[in-house]
Design a protein around this ligand. Structure first.
Ligand code: ADP
Length: 397
C-alpha cells in the first residue's frame, strides 16, 4: 500500500509517498510560502530535485499541487489518485486525549481542535492540512499521528508542575513532551541494534536537532522527557532557551520594557546557541566560527553539550540505570564531535566511546566500545516512516 505522509505547518507542507511493502519513500517534497506566493519542490526517488514556482494561495491549493506532482506523467510516481491507499497526518498536540495514533473522523477532528489552545501555532495548521486532504481525497482513510502521544505513559510525578493544582484541573497545564514519534521509533530501533529486549530495557534518546529533546524510555514506554507544556522547555536548542529561571522573564521585562509577547519571542527565536553565540543556530557555522577562535561560539556549544549530559544523568537516575544512550536528529546523527563531547561527561556510568565506530555520519551504528557498560548508538530518525507504519496498521485493522 502507498501511504501519503503529510506534515502541514502554517505556511509549509512537507510530504512523502511511502511504499509500505519496501518501507521506502518513492517521492518526497515540500510546498513553501503557502499564502504568500508559493513554491513546490518535488523529488522522485532516484531522480533530480524539481522546483516549481506555483501560486499556492491556500493549503487546499498546496495539496492539489502535491497530488498533481505525484500523478504527473513525467515526474510523478503513481498513475492516478487511487494509487494512494491512505494518508498519515502529523499532528503536534494530542493533549491527554490521544495516547496513540487514530483513524480520523469528525469526532477526532473536534478533539484535535480542542487541543488547539495547547499548540496555537501548530494544531490549527495541522487541521487545515487534514481538511484539505479530506476534501480532495474523499473516501481515502486518514490517520492522525501525534507528537505527544508516546509520552502519555509518563507517570504523574514526571508530568506534574509544582504550580497551584487548579491550573492542571482548569487548563491541563502539565508536561506533555514532543518529538514522540521520533523517540518511539529510535528507541525501538536502538533496542534491536543493541540486542536489547525492548520490553525490558532502559534507553535514553537524545533527539538533537534544531529543536532538541531527550527522553527516558523504560521497558518501551516513555517515563520522562525534557520538553514540557510547549517545546520551549529542556535542552538548549538552536534558537530556544530551554530551561531557565522563570523569574528572568519579569527581570528582562522590567529592565528592557518588553511585553510578554516580545519576551516569549526572544526565548523561542533569539536564544539558544544562536543567542549565546551571536553567530548562528546551525552547529556547522558554530564549529567553523569556533575553529577561527570565536570564544562565544565555543562556549555556546559547551553549554549545549553540558545541558544534554546533565539530562542524561537525570534520566539514568529516573530509571535507576541505563542500558543504552542513543543519538538522533540532525546533530545526533551527523556530528561525531557533539556525540563524543556529551559522552565525555558520562564516564561514571561506564560509557566508553570507540573513536573509530563513532566516525560515522547519517547511519545506524553502535559507537561504544565493547568494554562500555552502556551501549551508545547513533540512529537516524525517520518520523515519516513511523507515521506510515502507524497508518498502515490502523487501516488494516
Ligand atoms: P529540525 O529540528 O529543524 O528538524 P534537524 O534535525 O535538521 O533540525 O537538525 C539541524 C541541526 O543539525 C543543525 O544544527 C545542523 O548543524 C545539524 N546538522 C545537520 N547536518 C549536519 C552534518 N552533516 N554535520 C553536522 N551537523 C549537522
Amino acid at each position: 500500500m502507498k501511504i501519503l505522509v503529510i506534515n502541514c505547518g502554517s505556511s509549509s507542507l512537507k510530504y512523502q509517498l511511502i511504499d509500505s511493502e519496501t518501507e521506502k519513500a518513492i517521492a518526497v517534497g515540500l510546498c513553501e510560502r503557502i499564502g504568500i506566493d508559493g513554491r513546490l519542490v518535488h523529488t522522485k526517488a532516484g531522480a533530480e530535485k524539481l522546483t516549481f514556482e506555483k501560486p499556492l494561495p491556500d493549503h487546499e491549493a498546496a495539496v492539489q499541487a502535491v497530488l498533481a506532482a505525484l500523478t504527473d506523467p513525467a515526474h510523478g510516481v503513481i498513475g492516478s489518485l487511487s494509487g494512494i491507499g491512505a494518508v498519515g497526518h502529523r499532528v503536534v498536540h494530542g493533549g491527554e486525549r490521544f495516547t496513540s495514533s487514530v483513524m480520523i473522523d469528525d469526532e477526532v477532528i473536534e478533539a484535535i481542535r480542542g487541543c488547539n489552545d495547547l499548540a496555537p501555532l501548530h494544531n490549527p495548521a495541522n487541521l487545515i492540512g487534514i481538511d484539505a486532504c479530506r476534501k480532495l481525497m474523499p473516501g481515502v482513510p486518514m490517520v492522525a499521528v501525534f507528537d505527544t502521544a508516546f509520552h502519555q505513559t509518563m507517570p504523574k510525578k514526571a508530568y506534574t508542575y509544582a504550580l497551584p493544582y487548579e491550573y492542571y484541573d482548569k487548563y491541563k497545564i502539565r508536561r506533555y513532551g514532543f518529538h514522540g514519534t521520533s523517540h518511539s521509533y529510535v528507541s525501538r530501533r536502538a533496542a534491536e541494534l543493541a540486542g536489547l529486549d525492548y520490553g525490558n530495557s532502559k534507553i535514553i534518546v537524545c533527539h538533537l536537532g534544531n529543536g532538541a529533546s531527550i527522553s527516558a524510555v523504560l521497558n518501551g514506554k516513555s517515563v520522562d522527557t525534557s520538553m514540557g507544556l510547549t517545546p520551549l522547555e529542556g535542552l538548549v536548542m538552536g534558537t530556544r532557551s530551554g530551561d531557565i529561571d522563570p523569574a528572568i522573564i519579569e527581570f528582562i521585562a522590567k529592565k528592557e520594557g518588553k511585553s510578554l509577547g516580545e519576551i516569549m519571542n526572544l526565548l523561542n527565536k533569539k536564544s539558544g546557541v544562536y543567542g549565546l553565540s551571536g553567530v548562528s543556530s546551525d552547529f556547522r557555522d558554530l564549529e567553523a566560527a569556533a575553529g577561527q577562535g570565536d570564544e562565544r561560539a565555543k562556549d555556546a556549544t559547551e553549554v549545549f553539550v553540558y545541558r544534554t549530559a546533565k539530562y542524561v544523568g537525570a534520566y539514568a537516575a529516573a530509571m535507576n540505570g541505563v542500558d543504552a544512550v542513543v543519538f538522533t536528529a540532525g546533530l545526533g546523527e551527523n556530528d561525531k564531535k557533539i556525540r563524543a563531547r556529551v559522552c565525555s561527561y558520562l564516564g561514571y556510568l561506564g560509557v566508553k566511546i570507540d573513536e573509530e565506530r563513532n566516525n560515522v555520519r547519517g547511519v545506524e551504528a553502535v559507537i561504544s566500545s565493547d568494554a562500555s557498560r552502556v551501549k551508545v548508538l547513533a540512529v537516524p530518525t525517520n518520523e515519516e516512516l513511523a507515521i506510515a507504519r502507524d497508518t498502515v496498521a490502523l487501516v488494516r485493522k
